[in-house]
Design a protein around this ligand. Structure first.
Ligand code: BTN
Length: 324
């Protein structure tokens, strides 16, 4: 399909003549014009026609770049990563790596996409992934730990991401159990962890991160909760830089988690917890609801809820501020 090639040429935000585009793409000028129309309908990008001059995008795009991503990896992270794949478009980076894991491919792999057509969120929700706007990536991590020894992993992953964002100057970033990246103004990102593995054997983890970097104008209006992007909080680095830094942190952090568990992440999780001491409700998998005061987390990552019946420990569910 020519659209990604056309998008790559127009990504600089400058005006390109129809003639020049036709030559570069090996298409007729009419075919270029049709591709510009398709860019809008298929990719959600606005190609403007400038009379007598050519075409340009409404705004330049910050496309992902493999070299720039790899450049951010620490030596240790670079030695761990066995494969990096970049897609212009994919159904879901998590689904892609889950399928790999199930087919027996156990290489430590990262998969990034400019956009997802069937991005997945927690609890069966979908995840909005406009082209070249946010970060959507997944990591396939074969862990020696059996599934029942992965308690608290999702909290550790949240801490890895939040630490990096704060180090980059986004001081308002906190966590909502188990691993939502939040700020007082709304949700900034989320983590979806999928697992294949049985009994005592090792586990294949797919860890997916969706992070709002700069939502395009007009997007996100139908989302069911308040959200925010990094651009509204400060000046995010280039998407490739950010992706590389986060990938590096995840590779190093997961290796630390494999050997030491949640313990090295626990104090930071407690410090980043946005709901500590607040009245919350927890919607459980069976649709029942518990209410209480959020009292942080236990050593194994369980949510502690102080209720009229006493202190409860919860291992799954969706927590929200009561009255919010
Ligand atoms: C959440 O609901 O908070 C978790 C969202 C996780 C979204 C990311 S985007 C990259 C990866 N691929 C997916 O399909 N989902 C995750």
């Amino acid at each position: 399909m020519a659209a990604p090639e056309l998008i790559r040429i127009l990504a600089d935000g400058r005006c390109h003549s129809g003639q020049h585009l036709a030559e570069q793409l090996g298409l007729s000028r009419t075919a270029v014009w049709k591709q510009i129309q398709r860019m809008q309908s298929l990719w959600g990008l606005n190609g403007e026609a400038i009379k007598g001059k050519g075409y340009r995008l409404g705004q330049p795009l910050d496309l992902l770049d493999e070299t720039q991503i790899l450049h951010q990896l620490s030596p240790r992270a670079a030695s761990l990563l066995q494969r990096l794949e970049l897609f212009d478009e994919i159904d879901s980076t998590n689904s892609q790596l889950m399928a790999r894991a199930l087919s027996g491919d156990k290489r430590i792999s990262a998969c990034l996409a400019e956009r997802q057509t069937a991005g997945r969120g927690r609890r069966g929700r979908s995840w909005l992934s406009p082209f070249a706007a946010n970060l959507t990536f997944s990591l396939l991590w074969p862990s020696p730990r059996p599934p029942q020894q992965l308690g608290g992993l999702s909290l550790a992953v949240g801490v890895m991401v939040a630490r990096r964002l704060r180090a980059l100057g986004f001081a308002a970033v906190g966590l909502k159990w188990p691993n939502d990246l939040v700020t007082p103004q709304g949700k900034l990102g989320g983590v979806l962890i999928q697992l294949s593995g049985e009994g005592e054997g090792p586990s294949n983890l797919v860890i997916g991160l969706g992070l709002n970097v700069q939502m395009p104008p007009g997007w996100g209006q139908d989302l069911d909760q308040p959200w925010i992007d990094l651009a509204a909080l400060g000046h995010p680095p280039a998407r490739s830089t950010l992706a590389g830094l986060l990938l590096s942190d995840l590779l190093e952090g997961l290796s630390q988690y494999d050997s030491q568990g949640l313990q090295p992440f626990l104090a930071d999780w407690q410090a980043l917890d946005q709901l500590q001491g607040k009245p919350v409700r927890l919607l459980r998998g069976d649709d029942s609801v518990s209410q209480g005061i959020s009292a942080g987390v236990a050593e194994d990552g369980a949510l502690l809820l102080r209720t009229a019946e006493g202190l409860q420990r919860h291992h799954s569910g969706e927590v929200s501020l009561r009255g919010a």
